[in-house]
Design a protein around this ligand. Structure first.
Ligand SMILES: Nc1nc2c(ncn2[C@@H]2O[C@H](COP(=O)(O)OP(=O)(O)O)[C@@H](O)[C@H]2O)c(=O)[nH]1
Ligand SMILES: [Mg+2]
Length: 238
C-alpha cells in the first residue's frame, strides 16, 4: 500500500476513535442504537403474531461461520418435509449457496443477501413474508448470517432461537459470547463426531451455556453422522 494511503487510513482511524471517545457522540450512538432496537422489536412482534395467526412453528438459527447450521438444517428439513410444509430463509452477505443446499431436501428456500450487514434483522424478514401467503407453511426456519456477535442485537420474531457452535471452534467459544446464549432457547454443540480426535472439553462448553442461561436446552449433535438429530427434533417440538 502506498505511504500516502497508509497515512490517510491511520488518520481516519484516529479521528474515529477520538470521536467515539467524546461523551456527546457516545451518547448519540447509544440513543440511535436503542431506537433501532425498538423499531426492530416492533417489527419482530408483528412477524411473530403473523406466524402465530397462521399456526406456524418458527425458529431462527444463529452461529459462527462453518459451525454446521446449514448441514443441520439439511438433516432437519429432510425429515420434516415428509410431513410438513417447510420454508427456509437463509441469510448471507452474498451467494445462494446455503439456499441451494437446503432446497435439495424438498423445502422451499429464500436467500437474503445482506451485502455489508453482518446479521439479519426483523425488517429483512418482514420484507420476505409480506409477499408470502403464510397459510402455505407449517414450519419456518431462518438461518442467520454466520456470526456470533451481530445477531444478538436483533430478534427476528420466531418462537425459538437456536445457537449453533461446533467443537472445532474450541471450548472457549461459548464463554466468549455470553449475549447470544442469554437470548437463545437451545444451544447446539455440533461436530461431536470429532470429539475424540480434537479432545475439546465439551463439558465446559455445556456448563458455560447453562451458566449464562439456566433455562437453555443444550444438546450435542453431529450433522455428519446424524447423532442426536432425533433429540434435536424433539426439542423443536416435533
Ligand atoms: N465432521 C463434521 N463436519 C460437519 C458437521 N456439520 C457440518 N460439518 C461440515 O462443516 C462445514 C461447514 O458446514 P455448514 O453447514 O456450511 O456450516 P454453516 O456455515 O454454519 O452453515 C461443511 O464442510 C460441513 O460438511 C458435523 O457434525 N461433523
Ligand atoms: Mg450456512
Amino acid at each position: 500500500m502506498p505511504n500516502k494511503e497508509k497515512l490517510e487510513i491511520s488518520r481516519i482511524k484516529e479521528v474515529e476513535s477520538t470521536n467515539l471517545a467524546r461523551d456527546e457522540i457516545r451518547d448519540e450512538v447509544i440513543e440511535t442504537k436503542k431506537a433501532v432496537e425498538r423499531d426492530n422489536n416492533l417489527i419482530a412482534d408483528k412477524i411473530h403474531q403473523d406466524f402465530l395467526n397462521n399456526s406456524i412453528k418458527s425458529f431462527d438459527i444463529v452461529g459462527a461461520i462453518g459451525a454446521g447450521k446449514t448441514a443441520l438444517l439439511e438433516k432437519i428439513v429432510e425429515i420434516l418435509t415428509q410431513k410438513y410444509r417447510v420454508l427456509v430463509i437463509c441469510g448471507d452477505i452474498t451467494t445462494r449457496v446455503d439456499a441451494d443446499r437446503i432446497e435439495k431436501h424438498n423445502a422451499e428456500t429464500i436467500q437474503i443477501n445482506t451485502g455489508r450487514e453482518c446479521a439479519l434483522n426483523a425488517y429483512h424478514i418482514h420484507q420476505i413474508i409480506k409477499n408470502k401467503n403464510l397459510q402455505n407453511y407449517d414450519v419456518i426456519f431462518i438461518e442467520n448470517v454466520g456470526n456470533l456477535i451481530c445477531p444478538s442485537e436483533f430478534v427476528l420474531g420466531t418462537d425459538k432461537r437456536i445457537t449453533v457452535v461446533s467443537i472445532t471452534e474450541g471450548e472457549w467459544v461459548i464463554e466468549k459470547h455470553p449475549m447470544l446464549f442469554k437470548m437463545s432457547d437451545i444451544a447446539v454443540i455440533n461436530k461431536i463426531d470429532l470429539k475424540e480426535r480434537l479432545g475439546t472439553n465439551v463439558e465446559k462448553m455445556i456448563n458455560d451455556a447453562k451458566k449464562f442461561n439456566p433455562e437453555i436446552e443444550v444438546i450435542t449433535t453431529s450433522a455428519k453422522t446424524g447423532e442426536n438429530m432425533d433429540k434435536l427434533l424433539e426439542l423443536l417440538g416435533f
